[in-house]
Design a protein around this ligand. Structure first.
Ligand SMILES: Nc1ncnc2c1ncn2[C@@H]1O[C@H](COP(=O)(O)OP(=O)(O)OP(=O)(O)O)[C@@H](O)[C@H]1O
Ligand SMILES: [Mg+2]
Length: 623
């Protein structure tokens, strides 16, 4: 194997004028002259034949060297942004592998070449368009009007199909790229393969890109999986798309509370903790009463207070365990109530509470009723303050068209949309596209996305506990900085165990830091992704994150010094000269960060499978 250490790496300068072509022309001319001398009988036949052959051999050798220089210069014109028919994708896929695009494995020699190029003006080395045809690249090179520096992809002549083991992607994949860099194109490639692999595919698209949805739809129909389920929270048409029940899967009220509170980003504080326990109590009470909690129902009860639910729960205890004269027994523990201060039903409730707390056997008391009683006895002002802050969240999630589609009522005969939940979607191996429409309402998009991710964590957790990880779930979250919350972080951390392969795409780390409250929190989340695909990134913190992940390498620098010295002391001028050649190795970023900002559309650097660094480009899949 060739030693590629920085000091033994061959130092050549491929990016220069192809002087070898001149030399080859001279050798060709010399060979022609030998032939002429032979024709003129000036030279013996054997001699001229021998010299002719020598000239031809050197002409071919130098011509080939010159051709390689010109080919390397042609490659500097890069690869244009390509279109690829969907049918081709199937031929590129391999079992248990993921196809990332076309490209090459990035090695230190490519970093070396980049450094060589940074000393010169690459534009001066570009060949005229017609010359690319000589190298079989007549329609492949990047046109001048396209964004980005083409030469970054032109550092390696041999392009291959980039495959990685699917298992490498269990730990989450992050796609970073500025707007229009090709995040959508990269996601289309990845979800099209997931659809063809027969995974459950869930795409959360906060922006709601019609182009990406169309590609998703075509991927599903082309794979024979029919039309995908389409969820749009702002959809007023009760005949199109589906309704989603995000509270369908739960085992305790706590899970429901966590899901709803995931709408609020950032660290939990005293307010969020109290609000969480409040929702949990109401949800547990509904579950105890055998009523399925929905967002609308929870909103209604939290707004009205615990009295109604508590009354029903206590009634159940009384019906089962109270004697005929329970009222008298209960009243004996109560201070007399002034007449007219309370309504009849309030008085009755106080009696029931007294019965539960003082008369009922401890064995028959339940945790759910105890929790409800805590809310009942809690300061009314404080409770009102907390619920006043919770109400806008519920109002957001239950009003307008979202109310019908996100708290679906099976008895609503005016709504013909089918009701789905994530568990049924997974069991039937369906494909779901959530079109969250953040451009028209960012708050709602973010809230809906957060709750769905929370629901997915519950479903995955349940499946994991039951040992059912046979179905692979491919989750894609575009513009993830809009919906990033604790459930998403949990999915990135532990999703693989529940069979979830997550891919998140975002523009900058700053967006995520803004949502999570700090740069450190954002980096911690991104650190959970085992694989990184970096498209064109413009902002410095994002570039720094990417280059830190990629690591460093040694590159060598050659410093040449030439000196001349004229000494006139001796009476006669005496000239001295010197030349020195110094070669040093310096540790540099393997991908210098400024090049991340110069990548053309659809081109990426990928860090996958724990250290494999790839340079590639992904084509747009068309039909
Ligand atoms: N089907 C297509 N045909 C031709 N060009 C396309 C197609 N899809 C995407 N492109 C081009 O690919 C480039 C990247 O588009 P893409 O939608 O992937 O951007 P993005 O990174 O997702 O940007 P944004 O953050 O704005 O969503 C754009 O220049 C776009 O014009
Ligand atoms: Mg996009």
């Amino acid at each position: 194997m060739r030693n590629e250490s920085s000091l033994t790496r061959r130092h050549s300068l491929p990016y220069r004028t192809a002087y070898e072509i001149y030399a080859a022309s001279v050798w060709l001319f010399a060979s022609a002259y030998m032939a002429y001398l032979h024709a003129q009988h000036v030279m013996p036949r054997e001699m001229s034949a021998l010299l002719y052959m020598v000239c031809i051999v050197f002409a071919v050798k130098r011509g080939h060297e010159g051709w390689l220089i010109l080919r390397d210069r042609s490659l500097l014109s890069g690869r244009r942004f390509e279109l690829m028919p969907r049918s081709k994708l199937q031929t590129l896929m391999r079992p248990d592998h993921l196809w990332l695009g076309y490209g090459f494995v990035w090695e230190p020699k490519h970093t070396q070449k980049l450094h060589e190029l940074s000393r010169i003006n690459p534009a001066s080395l570009m060949l005229p368009d017609f010359m690319h045809r000589f190298f079989g690249r007549g329609d492949q090179y990047q046109k001048n009007e396209e964004i980005g520096m083409p030469y970054i992809h032109g550092l390696e002549p041999n392009e291959i199909e980039l495959h990685r083991f699917l298992k490498n992607f269990e730990g989450g994949t992050l796609i970073l790229g500025t707007t229009q860099a090709g995040k959508g194109v990269a996601l289309c490639n990845l979800f099209s393969q997931a659809v063809l692999r027969n995974d459950v595919v869930i795409f959360i698209d906060p922006k709601g890109s019609p182009r990406v949805y169309e590609s998703f739809r075509k991927a599903c129909t082309a794979a024979g999986r029919g039309e995908p389920l389409n969820y749009h929270p702002g959809n007023r048409d009760k005949t199109k798309g589906i309704r989603l029940d995000p509270l369908a899967t739960f085992s305790t009220g706590a899970q429901i509370a966590t899901r709803i509170m995931s709408v609020i980003p950032g660290k939990p504080d005293a307010f969020t903790q109290f609000a969480w326990s409040c929702i949990k109590t109401f949800a547990d009470a509904l579950i105890e009463l055998k009523i399925k909690p929905s967002l609308k129902l929870l909103s209604k009860h939290i707004n009205h207070g615990i009295d109604d639910l508590l009354r029903d729960l206590l009634l159940d205890r009384i019906e089962r365990f109270a004697s005929e004269n329970w009222r008298e027994e209960a009243r004996s523990f109560m201070a007399p109530i002034k007449e007219g201060r309370l309504t009849e039903s309030q008085e009755e409730l106080l009696l029931m509470v007294s019965f539960y707390e003082h008369v009922l056997d401890k064995k028959e008391q339940t945790l759910v009723v105890d929790e409800c009683l805590k809310v009942f006895h809690h300061s009314k002002e404080h409770y009102a303050k907390i619920t006043a802050s919770l109400m806008p969240i519920f109002a957001m999630l239950t009003s307008g068209p979202l109310g019908d589609s996100f708290s679906p009522d099976p008895k609503d005969s005016t709504d013909s949309r089918p009701i789905w939940n994530l568990e049924s979607i997974i069991l039937t191996r369906s494909c779901l596209y959530c079109h969250l429409d953040s451009l028209s309402d960012n708050m709602i998009a973010s809230a809906v996305g957060s709750i769905l991710l929370g629901d997915l964590v519950s479903v995955a957790g349940k499946r994991y506990n039951l040992g059912k990880t046979d179905i692979r779930i491919s989750l894609f979250v575009d513009e993830a900085s809009n919906v990033c919350n604790n459930p998403l972080i949990e999915i990135l951390n532990k999703g693989a165990e529940g069979g979830i392969y997550t891919t998140v795409a975002m523009q900058t780390i700053a967006d995520l830091a803004h949502r999570l409250g700090s740069q450190d929190a954002a980096r911690m989340v991104l650190g959970n992704c085992n694989n990184l695909i970096a498209l064109r990134c413009k902002d410095r913190p994002t570039q720094d994150f990417v280059t830190e992940t990629f690591g460093k390498t040694y590159i060598h620098q050659v410093d040449t010094t030439l000196s001349t010295h004229a000494d006139t002391h001796a009476g006669l001028p005496s000239f001295e000269g010197g030349a020195s050649h110094k070669r040093t190795a310096v540790r540099e970023e393997i991908i210098p960060s400024e090049y991340l900002g110069k990548l053309p559309n659809g081109q990426f650097f990928a860090f996958v499978g724990g250290g494999h660094l790839l340079k590639g480009h992904v084509p747009v899949i068309t039909d």
